[in-house]
Design a protein around this ligand. Structure first.
Ligand code: ATP
Ligand code: MG
Length: 391
């Protein structure tokens, strides 16, 4: 990924020279003559590295050092100082400048300095990326809703007791993220949580995925395969979208859970496992039981602890906290610095009915950050279906 260098210098010639040198090296270059313009480029997250002149028409360049100091993805700043102004340069380095170059600029030196800055930027991006990947799956906001607080409290107990948990709720209400929280809170956190999405796997291969198979069990089974149930031994098996599991498979799963053992497809040996089950469903299982599509005995076996996550429209007071979390999660990976939202935009978010629940809210914030060209999210950054008021 190519890096963008912003040159902040009021002398047009200086900008053009440096810019043609850096473009030839494969950098994207933006040149601006004032601090004000520099600030807006930074806020939009459009500068990876900054080359900064000291005396600018609208202020003192090094002020940017302090202004950007607390940005998580602050761009390295290289100062261009007047010849002999060592004292100033030393001060700048102390306040966090990446490097300084004296006028007249030696291009070879500039090239090296930018290269080092680029390495720092790449490293920071990688760290932010890893951190984001980790955080995204870990942060679970409880909020002020009493129902969710009760759910979380029960989740803690279920985690400690290592019993089966059934999590229900509409799409995007946080079932998977709650399952991860249970894994993290319980004594099995040092073992794996294996997830299987029953809706995404063809019914015919669900059994061999869960239980594994012996060599020769069917055409194409040339080697023994370990099933996920066995891989999860000692840990947790997360059965997502359990309502999509075919009835026949439900019976086999129930037997395995009751006996704490199963056989591989085509195998005769009984394999004993110790697995905690967390199942999730966004469909109403009691209705499915009435319709003969879900086994009642399995249902009771799964819901030793029954956790229901309410839809977002029933916990709108938690929207600001969620928005704050998503801004913290998303900005680093997107290279932006948008950590604020106007009251009227927040109000619009509170008035929406959120059919896609928390996932939809997260996607909305991601899109808003992408479209936003100020330091904060405002009404125009929100998608039309959120701005449209119900009649
Ligand atoms: N309590 C929460 N705190 C923070 N983020 C949340 C919370 N609940 C949901 N999210 C966010 O919403 C996204 C969707 O949540 P999740 O995948 O857990 O939903 P789900 O209930 O499993 O949905 P589906 O039924 O569609 O699978 C998550 O990736 C996470 O970013
Ligand atoms: Mg899910």
């Amino acid at each position: 990924m190519s890096h963008t260098v912003m040159i902040v210098d009021d002398e047009e010639n200086a900008r053009l020279n440096i810019s043609s040198f850096l473009s030839a090296q494969g950098y994207e270059v933006i040149g601006v003559p004032t601090l004000a313009e520099a600030r807006s480029v930074i806020q939009r997250g459009n500068a990876d590295i900054i080359l900064l002149d000291v005396q600018l028409p609208d202020g003192y360049g090094p002020n940017l050092l302090e202004e950007t100091a607390r940005m998580p993805m602050r761009p390295p700043i290289i100062l261009i100082t007047a010849y002999g102004d060592i004292e100033m340069a030393v001060e700048a380095m102390k306040s966090g400048a990446h490097d300084f170059l004296q006028k007249p600029i030696q291009l070879a030196q500039l090239g090296k300095s930018i290269q080092r800055a680029q390495e720092i930027v790449s490293l920071r991006r990688e760290i932010a990326h890893l951190r984001q990947a980790q955080h995204q799956s870990l942060d679970f906001i409880i909020g002020s809703d009493p129902a969710v607080q009760a759910v979380y409290h029960q989740a803690q107990r279920a985690a400690a007791a290592q019993v089966s948990v059934l999590i229900t709720g509409e799409t995007g209400t946080g079932k998977e993220i709650l399952a991860r929280a249970i894994h993290r809170m319980g004594p099995r956190s040092n073992k794996q949580m294996i997830s299987i999405n029953c809706a995404a796997i063809q019914p015919t291969i669900l059994e061999s995925e869960l239980f594994g198979y012996e060599a020769g069990a069917f055409t194409g089974a040339d080697k023994r395969k370990t099933g996920l149930m066995e891989v999860a031994d000692g840990g947790i098996l997360f059965l997502d979208e359990i309502s999509s599991m075919p009835l026949e498979m439900q019976a086999k799963l129930l037997r395995a859970l009751e006996e704490r053992a199963f056989r591989r497809v085509g195998g005769t040996n009984l394999i004993r496992v110790d697995v905690q089950i967390i199942a999730a469903s966004n469909r109403d299982l009691p209705t499915m039981i009435k319709d003969g599509k879900f086994r009642e005995d399995l249902y009771y076996r799964l819901k030793v602890v029954d956790l229901h996550l309410p839809p977002l429209r029933e916990r709108k007071a938690d929207i600001p906290e969620l928005v704050g979390l998503f801004m913290r999660q998303l900005n680093p990976g997107m290279g932006t610095n948008i950590y604020d939202i106007t009251p009227r935009a927040m109000q619009a978010l509170k008035e929406h009915h959120w059919p896609g629940n928390i996932r939809e809210l997260r996607n909305t914030i991601e899109r808003a950050i992408l479209f936003c060209d100020q330091a904060f999210i405002d009404l125009p950054d929100l998608p039309p279906d959120i701005l449209r008021k119900p009649a």
